[in-house]
Design a binder for this molecule. Structure first.
Ligand SMILES: *[C@@H]1O[C@H](CO)[C@@H](O)[C@H](O)[C@H]1NC(C)=O
Ligand SMILES: *[C@@H]1O[C@H](CO)[C@@H](O)[C@H](O)[C@H]1NC(C)=O
Ligand SMILES: *[C@@H]1O[C@H](CO)[C@@H](O)[C@H](O)[C@H]1NC(C)=O
Ligand SMILES: *[C@@H]1O[C@H](CO)[C@@H](O)[C@H](O)[C@H]1NC(C)=O
Ligand SMILES: *[C@@H]1O[C@H](CO)[C@@H](O)[C@H](O)[C@H]1NC(C)=O
Ligand SMILES: *[C@@H]1O[C@H](CO)[C@@H](O)[C@H](O)[C@H]1NC(C)=O
Ligand SMILES: *[C@@H]1O[C@H](CO)[C@@H](O)[C@H](O)[C@H]1NC(C)=O
Ligand SMILES: *[C@@H]1O[C@H](CO)[C@@H](O)[C@H](O)[C@H]1NC(C)=O
Ligand SMILES: *[C@@H]1O[C@H](CO)[C@@H](O)[C@H](O)[C@H]1NC(C)=O
Length: 461
């Protein structure tokens, strides 16, 4: 990464906006280099949005005893805690889950969660054993006294299919926890096929968004290892207001034509690593939204899908800049885009700075390298989102269109410091007539090094 910044702390002011088409709650995010006490936890509203568990009452952040358990811990401490692997096991079947694949086990899941989260013995494990569990919307909220708290899935958890049950846009919401571990070889099945026809976002700007399968909100020092998610209704996973979040060995799958089924969408998060995962879906494999910092995506195989994307950015005025993103050692195949940055042609300003795409193999990708600052609108306003310090390095393979490199930057804020180094993208499309690849650029200040196939646009050293 070419830019390094001091770790800053989250100062957050949650603005619960009715979100139209972006499947996330927008938030104001301020970078404060001051002290942690500026940011005391924010009271969760999710338990009110969901059906409350029967008994005991939802975990109250109001309870002082629980609150004490949420004191921010540092990385050293986190590493020590995460060595524990759950000696107190809370099995959903022992709390009433039927595992018959027919009756909704959501209540049992939430009761189990509360027991695990309140347990004081240290590490605790929430266990979903082998079996098929039908589950409606559930919230697993902290703070927890047990730490770390592991969710281990061995069986298959299927989402209920009646979308009117989903009052908040998530199926499984995991929030407000330090030291969460999600692991296991089981499957989260969003059963999205019956819901996808209700997605009309292509024609309706104010479309009703379908539930994310798993939303991670306000998690610190957390690890997702081995998640399998299939056929989500909306996004497979969404990471929001998380700090120091690692996701590895994920297997994410939905058909290439399923609408808005992003693999992992990030926003307002810092220090996130996504690695060694296979993502094939109907939208972005990974999308790095607004207000994100220090994000690494590595060893991810993506396809089909819409590639690995920064953005879209600049739709709502609460959005802040994206800083320091490294996408390295990835393969993208049978996708509409490869390495992409997209911003709305809008009057909202912000920036995307310090973005590196390095060592990426493209196989049959429609737009292998693309910056699009006219995203999402038909209006021809110039975007006020400034893109700079962007590096496309060692990117090779095939493009299914002739325009293998497309850099369409803003007239008002041209892209600056765009490095193209060792680019080798040959034509791999269906045409027999024109098998050359070209570059097309608008308002982009680029620097080139090494191999350039296609030949680069204007070079400005
Ligand atoms: C991030 O969390 C991991 C545990 O998952 C811990 O080992 C590491 O030290 C943390 N890093 C920071 C910067 O807090
Ligand atoms: C982090 O926590 C550990 C264990 O409590 C402590 O020894 C260490 O000094 C702390 N580090 C910082 C930077 O606060
Ligand atoms: C924590 O869980 C252990 C193991 O199930 C149990 O023995 C203990 O009573 C629980 N403690 C509390 C406070 O719930
Ligand atoms: C996460 O860390 C931040 C900053 O240290 C802290 O303010 C916040 O309360 C922590 N969240 C949780 C859920 O522990
Ligand atoms: C490419 O993806 C589309 C769906 O987007 C799928 O129908 C097709 O079979 C895939 N082709 C290959 C070669 O994987
Ligand atoms: C890359 O990810 C695959 C799983 O998709 C894994 O098998 C492999 O070991 C990973 N390689 C590295 C270098 O981490
Ligand atoms: C990418 O692969 C190289 C070579 O194996 C390795 O040195 C580098 O650490 C990898 N990048 C990341 C972010 O893991
Ligand atoms: C091939 O297509 C590119 C992009 O549309 C165009 O610029 C180029 O002139 C075409 N070459 C030939 C030989 O038709
Ligand atoms: C570019 O890629 C093609 C196809 O893989 C290969 O034959 C060629 O040698 C590469 N060119 C350079 C300069 O690496």
């Amino acid at each position: 990464m070419t830019t390094t910044r001091n770790l800053s702390l989250f100062q957050t002011l949650l603005l619960v906006l009715a979100c139209q088409c972006c499947a996330e709650v927008a938030a104001v995010f301020d970078h404060v280099t001051g002290t942690a006490n500026l940011i005391d936890g924010i009271v969760s509203t999710a338990n009110q949005q969901h059906r409350p568990p029967a008994a005991p009452l939802p975990l109250g952040i109001r309870t002082p005893a629980n609150r004490r358990g949420s004191v921010a811990i540092n990385g050293t401490k986190a590493a020590v805690y995460l060595k524990g692997n759950g000696n107190a096991v809370f099995d959903v079947k022992k709390y009433g889950a039927k595992a018959n694949g027919k009756s909704d086990d959501a209540q049992a899941f939430m009761t189990t969660w509360i027991a695990a989260c309140r347990n004081t013995t240290g590490p605790a494990k929430f266990l979903i054993p082998k079996g098929i569990f039908l589950v409606g919307p559930v919230t697993f909220a902290g703070p927890c006294k047990s730490m770390p708290i592991t969710i281990e899935i061995q069986g298959t958890v299927k989402a209920t299919t009646d979308i009117s049950e989903y009052s908040s846009p998530d199926w499984i919401s995991i929030e407000g926890i330090t030291g969460l571990i999600l692991t296991g070889s089981g499957v989260f099945d969003g059963q999205g096929a019956s819901a996808w026809p209700y997605n009309d976002c292509k024609i309706n700007n104010n479309c009703q968004i379908l539930p994310n399968s798993i939303k991670f909100t306000r998690l610190n020092h957390s690890i997702v290892d081995g998640l399998t998610s299939i056929n989500s209704k909306g996004f497979h996973t969404s990471v929001f207001r998380c700090y120091n979040f690692t996701a590895t060995n994920m297997n994410i799958m939905a058909p290439g034509n399923s609408p808005n089924t992003d693999g992992m969408h990030l926003s307002t998060s810092k220090l996130v690593t996504i690695s060694s995962s296979t993502i094939g879906t109907g939208d972005d494999c990974v999308s790095i939204g607004h207000s994100c910092e220090k994000i690494t995506v590595t060893n991810v195989t993506c396809g089909p899908g819409h590639g690995i994307s920064i953005g879209s950015l600049g739709r709502y005025k609460t959005e802040k800049s994206v800083l320091d993103v490294l996408v390295q050692n990835c393969t993208i195949f049978n996708a509409t885009n490869g390495a992409r940055i997209k911003t709305w042609a809008n009057t909202i300003s912000g920036s995307a700075v310090g973005i590196v795409f390095d060592n990426i193999v493209m196989r049959k990708v429609k737009n292998p390298i693309i910056i699009d600052q006219t995203y999402g609108t038909k209006e021809k306003k110039a975007s006020k989102w400034k893109i700079s310090d962007v590096h496309f390095k060692n990117i090779r393979g095939t493009s299914t269109t002739n325009v293998a490199v497309l850099l369409e930057c803003s007239e008002l804020f041209p892209c600056e410091g765009v490095e193209l180094r060792d680019i080798n993208l040959s034509y791999g499309g269906a045409s027999l007539k024109n098998t050359t690849t070209v570059s097309s650029c608008l308002n982009a200040k680029i620097k080139t090094f090494g191999v350039q196939n296609p030949p680069a646009c204007v070079v400005q050293h």
